[in-house]
Design a protein around this ligand. Structure first.
Ligand SMILES: [Zn+2]
Ligand SMILES: [Zn+2]
Length: 346
């Protein structure tokens, strides 16, 4: 089968190769990959900024169809439509594993970095890590279950948005657009901010339910934002850009005892006004990947249309054109770029 493999350091260490199909073990299922999204983490792996065990097939955001169920598998049959957890190999005995906090296990290995992932025609995962896709959710939409589950983890499981809350989201990329919809589903009134280059993204934010959008770089944007809260400040800020200035704006724009939710990764150390956060008694929340409950909630949000992802799927590219797909993702063209292993070379 065709697979995109990170073999050695650097961009040149990523190759498309023909490898043998993965074989199935006890309690495992073999999945034909429908599509796999390119995520910021994949870009970090390519640039050697995120840990990986080479050689490894990349890709962790995917949907697919079961083609074979191993001995011991009772819950899945061939033709079932599925997604799966990313942390599929853990010790199973540490205190975090026992609490279901798989991503915090020291032994955690995730698909696409520690074990073979979904930029391939087939993937094998433990059946216990898989979830059936509800009938009303398309295979394309289900590719975004993983990033949506990350948002659920941060915004609903670690953080909280209450009905009526004034919420500000900084960074209108894929994660920001998902956070907007999750905050809104929880009853928040959401304002989305971006920069001049985000004009189209801010327009989509309005379509997806933001009650206002503001270009951060425009003169008087701080005053405008504060006036949207009657100068009281926001109850919740969700930082999705991973930009130092945006983090500091969030702390400034929050009300006293407001909640800051850090979703964006900065990729480096940043400075922020800790004393201001202290004097305002800001609750500082973040989240690392997902836990099994995040997936159940994410699929429910998709099933009942609280979160719409179709407009966030910008580019669908055959695996043969994987270099073009990576280019689109690295240059942030649109939102999500999805690699389709079954699309023929054209
Ligand atoms: Zn991801
Ligand atoms: Zn563990």
């Amino acid at each position: 089968m065709k697979a995109i493999i990170k073999k050695t350091k650097g961009r040149k260490g990523v190759v498309l190769e023909n490898v043998s199909e993965p074989s199935i073990g006890v309690n495992e299922i073999k999945i034909k990959v429908h599509g796999a999204g390119i995520c910021g983490t994949d870009i970090h792996i390519i640039q050697d900024e995120y840990p990986y065990d080479a050689p490894v097939i990349m890709g962790h955001e995917y949907s697919g169809i079961v083609v074979e169920a191993g001995i011991g598998v009772e819950d899945f049959l061939p033709r079932d439509r599925v997604v799966s957890l990313t942390a599929i190999s853990t010790c199973g005995t540490c205190s975090y594993c026992r609490q279901g906090l798989l991503m915090l296990c020291n032994e955690r290995k995730s698909i696409g970095s520690g074990v073979n992932g979904a930029f391939a025609e087939y993937i094998v995962v433990p059946a216990a890590a898989a979830y059936k896709i509800p009938a009303r959710v398309s295979m394309d939409a289900a590719v975004l279950t993983e990033p949506l589950a990350c948002v659920v983890r941060c915004v609903m499981e670690r953080g909280q948005v209450n009905a009526g809350d004034l919420v500000i989201i900084s960074g209108p990329g894929t994660i920001g657009m998902l956070a907007l919809q999750v905050a809104k589903a929880n009853g928040g009134n959401v304002v989305v901010t971006g920069t001049a280059k985000d004009k189209d993204r801010l327009k989509l934010a309005l379509e997806l339910g933001a009650y206002a959008v503001i270009n951060f770089e425009e003169e008087g944007s701080y005053e405008k934002l504060m006036s949207l809260t009657n100068n009281k400040g926001f109850d919740v800020a969700i930082e999705c850009a991973g930009v130092e200035a945006s983090l500091n704006s969030c702390i400034q724009l929050l009300r006293k005892q407001g909640t800051h939710i850090q979703m964006g990764l900065f990729g480096k150390k940043v400075e922020f006004d800790s004393d201001l956060a202290l004097m305002k008694e800001i609750h500082f929340i973040n989240g690392y990947a997902t836990e099994p409950t995040s997936w159940e909630i994410a699929l429910r949000l998709l099933e009942f249309n609280h979160v719409k992802v179709e407009k966030l799927i910008s580019n669908k590219v055959s695996i043969y054109h994987w270099e073009k797909a990576l280019e689109l993702a690295i240059n942030k063209v649109g939102y999500k770029t999805i690699i389709i292993p079954s699309l023929n070379e054209v």
